[in-house]
Design a protein around this ligand. Structure first.
Ligand code: ADP
Length: 179
């Protein structure tokens, strides 16, 4: 199973794990809610690990729209920054595929603007927001691989999947994608 591949001199990998425990990444991406508040899933894990200072820093940046991304400090997380993305609610925010792709594009652009090298993403929208995993994984991988080429700073993207079943779906798509 392919878990790591090089594209345009950058590494794309998919691992099973916890987005709030990525020690070697410059930024982790939050599958945020519009209000940028602590919630369930990824947002809960990130805000719990970061501490209350993160919500405080987020307050003046909220609300955000589907597809949008904003960047903050990482507070007590072991990273430099958190990039908060609002994914589409499946069946409600449309076109879902374009809004989801915009999350990954906008997050990478913020990482590049801030001179970050390594960024970890969760599977945005595939939990509470109901986006089916496989199409969401294809959009995530294709958008990131396409966007990496013109970037200078971002050289390592890690997808962190909570379950090993989800990780296998990503690994299969990565294997099928030409490097
Ligand atoms: P959304 O509201 O965008 O759907 P969720 O946080 O509900 O976001 O879920 C997004 C994905 O992240 C789901 O596939 C879920 O299983 C996964 N997930 C939940 N907690 C974590 C975590 N701590 N680390 C990585 N992935 C997680």
């Amino acid at each position: 199973m392919t878990t790591k591949k090089d594209f345009h001199g950058a590494t794309v990998e998919c691992v099973q794990g916890d987005i709030a425990n990525q020690l070697d990444m410059d930024a982790v991406v939050n599958a945020a809610n519009a209000e940028l508040r602590i919630g369930g899933g990824v947002a809960g894990a990130i805000h719990r690990a970061a501490g209350p200072g993160l919500e405080e820093e987020c307050r003046p940046l909220a609300p955000i729209d589907p597809g949008q991304a904003v960047i903050t400090g990482a507070h007590n997380l072991p990273n430099r920054h958190v990039i908060h993305c609002l994914g589409p609610v499946y069946g409600v925010d449309k076109p879902a595929d374009q809004l989801l792709a915009a999350c990954y594009r906008n997050a990478l652009q913020l990482a590049e603007q801030n001179g970050l090298r390594a960024v970890a993403f969760p599977a945005i929208s595939t939990g509470a927001f109901g986006y089916p995993l496989e199409p969401a994984a294809r959009i995530a991988l294709n958008t990131v691989i396409e966007q990496l080429q013109p970037l200078n700073s971002v050289r390592h993207v890690r997808f962190v999947l909570f379950s090993s079943a989800d990780q296998r779906v990503y690994a299969q798509i990565l294997e099928e994608t030409a490097g």
